[in-house]
Design a protein around this ligand. Structure first.
Ligand code: PGA
Length: 223
């Protein structure tokens, strides 16, 4: 599958900040050979979608319900996102830690996303979670996985790309030849190193918030 550069804004941007960000660097993102996927919060998805319409830049959600549409107060179901986003980040460690998300729930979310034509980006932080996915997910065709070591997320302590490559090989022994992204402390100084060792892209949190910083990451990833 295509290589991805994913901007995960988490709950960090309101709508006007989202609009400003897209307007400022849309031209840079459009020139990228690697697929850029922008993931706003649910509220900003429609406005960002309209700004990115007819461009090569893709949109992603940060979660989706494990249920189908129905009486589930507060949930956002895949059918509602369908046609608006192409990708969805699932099982991020922040959701496991803060909202007690389990592999069982995440596996249901993967199915919901795929049934609505949305490509899942399934996160994990440990080999145990990889084994769990291997036992519980069906075929992994059409799924991206994202390796995000807990100690690297939201810190300036990214995992060294040599070590990340060792982990990449271990995970592929279990999952097969899947597309695996790296996330956790990705920035302009290290983005190239993860792509060089064989990751299929990167998931960028903190360094995606500033448009100038993210534009640099995209430019470097394309060199
Ligand atoms: P970070 O976050 O780039 O701020 O480490 C990555 C993520 O949590 O997806």
């Amino acid at each position: 599958m295509e290589k991805l550069i994913v901007a995960n804004w988490k709950a960090e941007k309101n709508m006007s900040q989202a609009v400003e960000w897209v307007k400022t660097i849309r031209h840079v993102l459009e020139e990228s050979r690697l697929k850029v996927v922008v993931c706003p919060d649910f509220v900003s998805i429609p406005v960002v979608a309209s700004l990115l319409k007819d461009t090569s830049v893709a949109l992603g959600a940060q979660d989706v319900s494990s249920w189908e549409k129905g009486p589930h107060t507060g949930e956002v179901v895949a059918e509602s996102l369908s046609g608006m986003v192409d990708y969805v980040i699932l099982g991020h460690s922040e959701r496991r830690l803060e909202l007690s998300e389990t592999t069982t729930m995440i596996v249901k979310k993967v199915a919901q996303a795929q049934n609505s034509g949305i490509i899942p980006i399934v996160c994990f932080s440990s080999i145990e979670e990889v084994r769990d996915y291997h036992r519980n997910l069906g075929p992994t065709t059409g799924i991206y996985f994202a390796y995000e070591p807990l100690l690297a997320i939201g810190t300036d302590n990214p995992q060294d790309s040599g070590e990340a490559k060792k982990q990449l090989d271990r995970f592929k022994e279990i999952l097969g030849d899947v597309d695996l992204l790296y996330g956790g402390g990705v920035e302009e100084a290290n983005v190239g190193s993860y792509l060089e060792v064989g990751f299929s892209g990167v998931l960028v949190g903190s360094a995606s918030l500033d448009e100038g910083q993210f534009a640099k990451i995209v430019r470097i990833a394309n060199t």
